[in-house]
Design a protein around this ligand. Structure first.
Ligand code: C2O
Ligand code: CU
Ligand code: CU
Length: 488
C-alpha cells in the first residue's frame, strides 16, 4: 500500500541551508515542474489549481467564550463536517472545529484557566491535544483517550506557562494524520502581561499564519493517502491557497505554525533580507534572532516580526520556500506581501524579550533512535527499534529530574522530528555543535534531518502521568514512530 517512492525525500537548494554536513542528506534541489521524485508520481499531479497570489489572506475567526468567570474562560467546540471554499469558486469537504478551516483561534492568558467542551459530531473517534501545553494526562488528548462519535469531552487547561504560540490538533491514534490533514487543528495563542508590556505589534498587526500543504483532486476535494509527501503540492496559509496580504509600511508580528503532516518549510523573503524571530515553540526568545532563512518542520512554531517600512510602497514581497519535494512553481512559494504606504508605528522589538530559566544540571542521560523502513512496501516507524504500543511504557522518569536526551535520526533519506508532550525542552547541541539563535529558546519539537543528532535538556517537574513522544511528521507517528514516557 505504501511504497518507497512515497517516502519523503526533501529537495534542497544546494548548500543554502547550511545543513549540508548532515550525513545521508538527499540534495534534491527544488527545480521546475515535473521533478516530483519519480516519474510515476509526476504523471498523476495536475498543474497548480489556482494562480498564486490571487486570493486574499484571511484570518481564522477568534473563538468567543460561551461564559467567563473570575478565573476561567469556557468554550464550546463542535467537530463537524463542513464544505468551505479553499479553491476559488468551489467548495471542499473538511473536518472542522465549529465549521471553520483552519479551526477558530483560542486566545488564552497565562494563569487564567480555559475549559473547552468538545462535541464529536463526526463518525470517527477523535482526541484533542493542546500541543506545547503543560497539562495533566487526562487533559492531554492522548492517542487512546478518545471521544467516541456523538460523545462530549471537556478539557481543562490551567495555562500555567509563559505566553506562546500553541496549537490544538487531533491525536486519535492511527487517525490523527488523516484528521489533521482534513482540517482538525487550530491555533491557541497564549498571552501574558510581560509580553504585553514589550510593545510588540498587536491587534490587526499580529497575524497567525498557519502553513500547510494539500493535494486536491479534479473536484477540489482533498486527497488523503498516507505518506503522500510528493503530491501535496498546493500551499495553503490560513486555509487559502498561496494568498496575498496587503500590509502597511510598518512592523507586523506573524505567529507561524507548520500544520503540515510531512512538509518542512525553509522560508525566505524574496529580497533575501533578514527576518527577526522573537519566539519559538514555547514562547519568546531571550532576545531577537535574525536570519535570512527559517526552517520550520511540522508542529514547530515561529514568532516573526517583519518591518515593511523598509520597503518602497508597491513592493511585492514573496515568502518563498526553498525545500521540496515538489515543483518550485508550486511548493517554492508560500504567500505574498503587497506593501502599502508607510504609516506611524509605535510598536517596538526590545533587545531583551524574556528571561529563560538556566537549564538545571542533568542527572540522567538517555538515547533515542528514530528509524523508518526505507525499502519496505508498507513502511513502519520505530523509536529505539520498537513500534508504538499504547500499553507499553518505554521510558520511566522520576518526577523532578533533569535529563539529557540524545535523539538521532537513523534514516538515510527521510527527515524526522521529535516532539515531547508536557514539557518545553532546550536544544543543547546539533551534531555536536551548540545551537544558537532561535533554536536556543523553549522548544517542544525539534527537526532532525537524515543522519542528524540533537541533544535535548528536559526537566520533568510538573505533572506526573503518561505522555507520548513521537515524530511529528504525523504520517510517521501513525506508522508507529511514537512511544510513551511515564513520570512517576
Ligand atoms: Cu502535536 Cu503528540 O502532538
Ligand atoms: Cu504535543
Ligand atoms: Cu518521522
Amino acid at each position: 500500500m505504501f511504497s518507497r517512492r512515497h517516502a519523503i525525500r526533501i529537495g534542497l537548494t544546494a548548500g543554502a541551508l547550511g545543513v549540508t554536513g548532515a550525513t545521508g542528506w538527499t540534495a534534491q534541489a527544488l527545480s521546475g515542474r515535473g521533478t516530483r521524485g519519480t516519474a510515476a508520481a509526476a504523471a498523476a499531479v495536475p498543474a497548480a489549481p489556482v494562480t498564486p497570489f490571487s486570493v486574499p489572506l484571511t484570518r481564522p475567526p477568534v473563538l468567543a467564550p460561551v461564559r467567563r468567570s473570575a478565573t476561567t474562560d469556557y468554550y464550546s467546540v463542535v467537530m463537524t463536517k463542513a464544505r468551505r471554499e479553499i479553491l476559488p469558486g468551489t467548495t471542499t469537504e473538511l473536518l472542522t472545529y465549529n465549521g471553520s478551516f483552519p479551526g477558530p483561534t483560542i486566545r488564552a492568558r497565562s494563569g487564567r484557566t480555559v475549559v473547552v467542551k468538545q462535541v464529536n459530531s463526526l463518525s470517527m473517534p477523535t482526541s484533542v491535544h493542546l500541543h506545547g501545553g503543560n497539562n495533566p494526562t487526562a487533559d492531554d488528548g492522548g492517542a487512546m483517550d478518545t471521544i467516541a462519535p456523538g460523545a462530549t469531552r471537556t478539557y481543562t487547561y490551567a495555562n500555567s506557562q509563559p505566553g506562546a504560540t500553541l496549537w490544538m490538533h487531533d491525536h486519535a491514534h492511527h487517525m490523527e494524520s488523516e484528521h489533521v490533514y482534513r482540517g482538525l487543528s487550530n491555533v491557541y495563542l497564549l498571552g501574558d502581561d510581560t509580553e504585553d508590556a514589550l510593545g510588540l505589534p498587536s491587534g490587526e498587526f499580529e497575524v497567525p499564519l498557519v502553513l500547510r500543504d494539500a493535494r486536491f483532486d479534479a473536484d477540489a476535494q482533498l486527497v488523503y493517502e498516507m505518506d503522500d509527501a510528493f503530491n501535496r503540492t498546493t500551499i495553503l496559509v490560513n486555509g487559502r491557497p498561496w494568498p496575498v496580504l496587503k500590509v502597511k509600511g510598518r512592523k507586523y508580528r506573524f505567529r507561524l505554525v507548520n500544520s503540515c503532516n510531512l512538509r518542512i518549510f525553509a522560508l525566505q523573503l524574496s529580497d533575501g533580507s533578514a527576518m527577526t524571530q522573537i519566539g519559538s515553540d514555547g514562547g519568546l526568545l531571550a532576545r531577537p534572532a535574525t536570519a535570512t532563512q527559517l526552517l520550520l518542520s511540522p508542529g514547530e512554531r515561529a514568532d516573526l516580526v517583519i518591518d515593511f517600512a523598509q520597503y518602497r510602497p508597491g513592493t511585492q514581497l514573496v515568502l518563498k520556500n526553498l525545500l521540496g519535494p515538489g515543483p518550485v512553481e508550486e511548493v517554492g512559494q508560500v504567500m505574498r506581501f503587497d506593501v502599502g504606504a508607510r504609516v506611524h508605528d509605535s510598536s517596538r522589538v526590545p533587545a531583551t524579550l524574556a528571561s529563560l530559566p538556566t537549564p538545571r544540571r542533568a542527572t540522567v542521560e538517555r538515547s533515542f533512535e528514530l528509524k523508518m523502513d526505507e525499502t519496505s512496501a508498507s513502511p513502519q516507524g520505530y523509536i529505539n527499534g520498537k513500534g508504538y504500543d499504547p500499553d507499553r511504557i518505554d521510558t520511566t522518569v522520576r518526577w523532578g529530574t533533569t535529563e539529557v536526551w540524545t535523539v538521532t535520526n537513523a534514516s538515510t533519506l527521510i527527515p524526522h522530528n521529535f516532539h515531547i508532550h508536557l514539557v518545553q525542552f532546550r536544544v543543547l547541541e546539533r551534531d555536536g555543535a551548540p545551537v544558537t539563535g532561535a533554536e536556543a529558546g523553549r522548544k517542544d519539537t525539534v527537526l532532525l534531518l537524515p543522519g542528524q543528532t540533537v541533544k535535548l535538556q528536559v526537566t520533568f517537574d510538573s505533572h506526573r502521568g503518561v505522555f507520548p513522544y513521537h515524530c511529528h511528521l504525523i504520517d510517521h507517528s501513525a506508522m508507529g514512530m511514537m512511544a510513551n514516557l511515564k513520570v512517576v
